[in-house]
Design a protein around this ligand. Structure first.
Ligand SMILES: *Cc1c(COP(=O)(O)O)cnc(C)c1O
Length: 380
């Protein structure tokens, strides 16, 4: 029996809602399911404005336009992240300043950020790795003192909190992903969360190809026209219908994933106590969403053997990311601030285990047993 690394979540209502969208005759964006999703976010997270987008990458592109990123501006972010954290800012001409991570949470080291700020710095983009919050109080404090915009890459952080506040709602702007590998999905999709009212009207325009179409539909202008730069950032109703079924079941999906995570943690704790592996660290002031379960092997070599061993047992595991600062585009469009003490070293040790809503507890126990066999029975 094969245990894949991921299966997209499916709750059962998706087909019904997609059928309703088809019958409604409205398949393009901003129909009734998109509105339902917007209201769900605005209610669930108590935010000013939520806008569905075609991806988190596109939500970040919208954020880069709203932050008025210009040629030569600098944007601070971790190097240990997906390319989509950086690309939207590079596209607007920014230089990326990569800051090292903390080895405990794998998040940007907030104590290094202030030194990396220069007269050209425009924004900070914290990434909530594995749905575990960055130290947002420290980050917002630096941003406020230096007049910087904070854009949360909360692609992995939907339903997580920091000091009780949902991730994506703390910075000026927040970006979610509904890619099939994320906790709530519609294949490809995302959302922009706007916490600073100043950005609401322009965000609607940018998302609608640079037109004031949203104002037109609200009767605020009598014709709509091209008023700003923009693109087509709104998803179709078919995607929104699929996503809404997932959002309605968000509590269920979240609690099931947390159960899976706890099963892994408790099952593998003995290996951490023996000093074989490192398990994820959860700061006291956060609630996470079990976006991923990872462990850290002693070295790159040991990780390679572990992945191979698990593969032979029919268990698919993955690692990521090639640090952005050392990738070819990263070398061209950015630079590491100070030393890379942890980014490369820690990323080389990390391996992600299968975790998805439809994963059986029995399967998790199979994975735990295989990892234990590797370490305890000396399959090394
Ligand atoms: C998944 C992910 C993205 C990109 O999301 P898409 O919806 O696929 O564009 C961006 N940043 C991080 C940290 C991610 O994990």
């Amino acid at each position: 029996m094969m245990i894949p690394f991921n299966k997209p979540a499916f709750t059962g209502k998706e087909e019904v809602y997609i059928g309703e969208a088809i019958k409604s005759g409205h398949l393009s964006g901003d129909g009734s399911f998109t509105k339902k999703c917007h209201l769900w976010f605005e209610g669930q997270f108590n935010v000013k404005k939520a806008l569905l987008t075609t991806s988190c990458t596109h939500a970040l592109e919208m954020a880069a336009i709203l932050a008025d990123i210009q040629e030569g501006d600098e944007v601070i972010m971790p190097s240990y992240t997906f390319v989509s954290t950086a690309n939207p800012f590079v596209v607007r001409g920014a230089k990326i300043i990569f800051v090292d991570i903390r080895p405990d949470t794998m998040n940007i080291d907030e104590t290094l950020i202030e030194e990396a700020v220069t007269a050209r710095t425009k924004a900070i983009v914290p990434v909530h790795y594995a749905g575990v919050a960055c130290e947002m109080d420290a980050i917002m404090d630096i941003a406020n003192r230096h007049n910087l915009i904070v854009i949360e890459d909360a692609a992995q952080g939907v339903m997580s909190t920091y000091n009780g506040k949902p991730l994506g709602t703390i910075g000026h702007l927040g970006c979610f992903s509904f890619h099939e590998t994320k906790n709530y999905n519609c294949g490809e999709g995302g959302a922009l969360i706007i916490n600073d009212e100043r950005y609401v009207e322009r965000a609607e325009i940018i998302r609608e190809k640079g037109t004031n179409r949203s104002r037109f539909f609200r009767g605020q202008v009598d014709k709509y026209s091209w008023v700003d730069i923009g693109s087509s950032y709104l998803p179709s109703e078919l995607n929104a219908a699929f996503l809404f079924a997932q959002l309605e079941n968000a509590e269920l999906i979240n609690s099931y994933r947390l159960d899976c995570w706890a099963t892994y943690y408790n099952g593998l704790k003995v290996l951490e106590e023996r000093g074989d592996i490192c398990l994820p660290f959860l700061p006291k002031n956060i609630n996470h969403n079990a976006h991923m379960f990872y462990l850290k092997a002693a070295s790159l070599d040991e990780r390679t053997h572990l992945i191979q061993f698990l593969k032979q047992k029919g268990i698919q595991t993955v690692f990521h990311y090639v640090p952005l600062h050392s990738s070819s585009a990263g070398l061209e469009y950015g630079e590491m601030f100070k030393q890379d003490v942890y980014t490369t070293k820690e990323s080389e040790r990390l391996v992600r285990l299968p975790l998805y809503y439809n994963l059986q507890i029995m399967e998790i126990n199979q994975v735990i047993d295989a990892v234990k066999e590797f370490y305890i029975k000396g399959a090394l």
